[in-house]
Design a protein around this ligand. Structure first.
Ligand code: FPP
Ligand code: MG
Ligand code: MG
Length: 377
């Protein structure tokens, strides 16, 4: 339920922006190759949660009235919206297919979000969706958002290539913002996603023969979590403030909000893997243990129960390991500790933006924090 003044849904302030999001993203993904076009747009058919673009839009609105500084680069709407064209060889091969991402359909906006900030919101979703396409290959997933995952529907090769295509188009759109600092931030995000995924794949702390729980265990997990999940959210919040030409204090506050919310978001994600059914999640539950992954609930359980180390060391790979680990986690306070840590991060996120002027969008940002904690999928 909205926490704003009675009858006002704080997310309503960006609702009209969101309405055009899917269409704009699909336009950015137009390819003259019909199959590539189809695979690339596959995850845009099922409605995602659009958390990242929503945060960018809310951050843009919440900071709109705050003091500006003058920056070197100008980004007019014409610059941002210039059509993105596919190679002409494809144009010749498929004359019927539209090859350009048409000018962004912004509808009639009376509000304060800049064209560059709106495009940034779309870019964050492109990068996120690219990472999901690759992630589902790596995780050999079977479903996503209640449908067959792209790797199942189209095979690994096309899923990987479609992810690469999304990153390519995201990069073009990013370059069009003509803002080197913002480009650098989002390029770093792409590198961070890979670094986080690598930390998860080759767990240098936990892959020891006789793993013991140390101080490093949680900090390694949190570092991985930042790279895998919070980097995109935090750096895109930061980029939104940069595009709005705000002071370094505002830019830093936006970043801290995103970083802490992003960490909380992934902690909750790791918790839901233990507490919610696959039906509700729209993707298989209990997947992390099956993949050999020790996430926060298990790490906290391990802290008080050294026995789990043996299972962690062999990545829950032997008969009955997954079931045994699951039961140990559920009997422990690992889930509760995970929730408590997520709550701490959310509180820090709210504090980070406490100096922002009161607005519907600020309430929206605060509301996103409680939504992250209470979500079931
Ligand atoms: C979902 O996590 C995956 C991510 C948040 C990032 C995955 C990153 C890569 C695959 C590296 C490649 C990156 C790019 C930019 C193409 P999850 O598997 O825990 O969540 P899930 O349950 O939704 O699958
Ligand atoms: Mg996955
Ligand atoms: Mg994964």
């Amino acid at each position: 339920p909205p926490s704003g003044p009675i009858g006002i849904d704080p997310l309503r302030s960006v609702a009209k922006e969101m309405k055009f999001m899917t269409g704009n993203i699909r336009q950015l993904l137009g390819s003259g190759h019909p199959m590539l076009d189809k695979v690339s747009k596959y995850y845009t058919q099922s409605e995602g949660k659009y958390i990242r673009p929503m945060l960018v839009l809310l951050m843009s609105q919440a900071t709109a009235t705050m003091p500006k500084r003058s920056r070197m680069y100008s980004r007019g709407a014409e610059e941002v919206d210039r059509p993105i064209t596919s190679p002409s060889v494809l144009a010749d091969a498929n004359p019927a297919s539209p090859l350009t991402a048409q000018s962004v359909d912004n509808g009639e906006f009376a509000d304060s979000v800049l064209p560059s900030q709106r495009r940034l919101a779309e870019i964050t979703e492109l990068i996120h969706t690219a990472s999901l396409l690759h992630d589902d290959v790596i995780d050999t997933s079977t479903s996503r958002r209640g449908n067959a995952s792209a790797n199942i529907e189209f095979g690994n090769k096309m899923a990987v290539l479609a992810g690469d295509f999304l990153l390519g188009r995201a990069s073009v759109a990013l370059a069009r913002l003509r803002d080197p600092e913002v480009t650098e931030l989002l390029a770093t995000v792409i590198a961070n996603l890979v670094e986080g995924e690598f930390m998860q794949l080759k767990n240098t702390v936990l892959d020891e023969r006789h793993p013991v729980f140390t101080d490093e265990t949680i900090s390694y997990y949190l570092q991985k979590t930042y790279l895998k999940s919070a980097s995109l959210i935090s750096k895109s919040c930061r980029a939104a403030a940069l595009l709005g030409d705000h002071s370094i204090e505002v830019v830093e506050a936006a970043y801290q909000y995103g970083k802490n919310l992003g960490l909380a978001f992934q902690l909750v994600d790791d918790m839901l893997d233990y507490t919610v059914s696959g039906q509700e999640l729209g993707k298989p539950a209990g997947a992390d243990l099956e993949l050999g992954l020790a996430t926060a609930p298990l790490l906290f359980a391990w802290k008080n129960n050294g026995e789990l180390g043996t299972l962690v060391g062999r990545k829950f790979g032997e008969q009955g390991d997954v079931q045994m680990a699951r039961e140990m986690v559920i009997r422990s306070d690992g889930i509760e500790q995970t929730r408590a840590l997520a709550q701490e991060y959310v509180d820090t996120a709210v504090r980070a933006i406490s100096g922002f002027p009161d607005s519907e969008a600020k309430i929206g940002l605060i509301d996103m924090c409680s939504k992250v904690l209470s979500r079931r999928k």
